[in-house]
Design a protein around this ligand. Structure first.
Ligand code: C2E
Ligand code: MG
Ligand code: MG
Ligand code: MG
Length: 291
């Protein structure tokens, strides 16, 4: 039976979907049509400051309302989109819609609006049109570049000669910030921390979730503590992903981690739900969920 649990595991035992899953090619060729038909949408998940719980940013997470398969999570189509190059138009769509949403919140709530985190595939960073795309999107959405933060997965990190490096430096020059996603999973060569103008690290959710599996796990906590120290010694802010319990949040706060993201602080939700949270945090009572 198909079961909704864990990270993007929506479908494991559904034979019909398995049949379709093997045909990644069929899936990827449908992406342009799905873009035309408006089948993609973005949910937003809060990133909260550990000291006072304030929602400082949200991460845009793409989903596909597939006409035959139902709602698909990104783990089911992002890789094929990268392999086929269709991540370029899909990623552009994500950036545009996330920036438009961020601008609506900024217009309505000013400094109380959350910043917008968007995942950037390495293939996008290597695409010659990226700078022009982002520049155009920031202008058309009228979003302050300082409100946009791009997340780049550590496992995809770039060597010193990678053509993406120049583009990433240019983006930072435009006022956009960069953060390392899934930190700790890349068997890293940490040289990119020297070569890339990143301003934050996101500790991969597996570190926090392994703590649950092993109860009190001093080694796991020490590893997280070490990552926090490394980040701070480089002047970077650090966010822990996969924070599911109050106890996790408490320990992370004690370690000095800056922010947290995870079910304890809120699942990925429709934009109207984020709007409701901003209003609530501001002590407002206006009940509308238009986003
Ligand atoms: P990510 O960037 O590391 O995003 C965090 C993932 O962890 C999300 O899965 C989120 O739903 C899940 N998550 C958040 N809190 C918890 C928690 O407390 N417990 C558990 N077990 N999971 C939690 P999602 O939405 O399935 O996204 C998976 C990955 O797909 C993302 O990982 C990101 O790498 C990629 N992705 C999503 N949207 C985009 C996009 O627009 N462009 C690109 N290139 N990649 C995307
Ligand atoms: Mg991310
Ligand atoms: Mg991550
Ligand atoms: Mg991840």
């Amino acid at each position: 039976r198909a079961k909704k649990e864990g990270r993007g595991r929506w479908t494991l035992f559904d034979p019909q979907r398995n049949a379709v899953a093997v045909s990644q090619y069929a899936m990827s060729v449908r992406i342009p049509m799905a873009l035309d038909r408006g089948e993609f949408f973005l949910d937003y998940q809060p990133l909260c400051a550990l000291d006072d719980g304030a929602m400082v940013a949200v991460e845009a997470l793409v989903r596909w309302r597939h006409p035959e398969l139902g709602v698909l999570g990104p783990d089911e189509f992002i890789m094929t989109a990268e392999d086929s190059g269709l991540i370029i138009p899909l990623g552009r769509w994500v950036l545009l819609h996330a920036c438009e949403q961020a601008a609506r919140w900024a217009d309505r709530f000013g400094d109380a609006a959350p910043r917008m985190n968007v995942n950037l595939a390495v293939r996008q960073a290597r695409n010659a049109g990226l700078i022009a795309d982002i520049d155009r999107i920031l202008r058309s959405s009228d979003l302050d570049p300082g409100r946009l933060q791009l997340e780049i997965t550590e496992s995809a990190m770039l060597g010193p000669r990678d053509p993406a490096l120049q583009a990433l430096h240019e983006l930072v020059g435009m006022g956009v910030s960069l953060t390392v996603d899934d930190f700790g999973t890349g068997w890293s060569n940490l040289a990119y921390l020297r070569d890339l103008p990143v301003s934050g690290l996101k500790i991969d959710g597996s570190f926090v979730s392994e703590l649950h599996a092993s109860g009190e796990d001093p080694v796991g906590w020490r590893i997280i503590g070490g990552m926090v120290s490394l980040a701070h010694s480089l002047g970077l802010s650090v966010t822990a992903e996969g924070v599911e319990t109050a106890a996790d949040a408490q320990r992370l706060r004690a370690i000095g981690c800056d922010c947290a993201q995870g079910w304890y602080y809120g699942r990925p939700v429709r934009p109207g739900e984020i709007t409701r949270r901003i209003v609530e945090a501001a002590g407002g009572t206006r009940a509308d969920g238009e986003g």
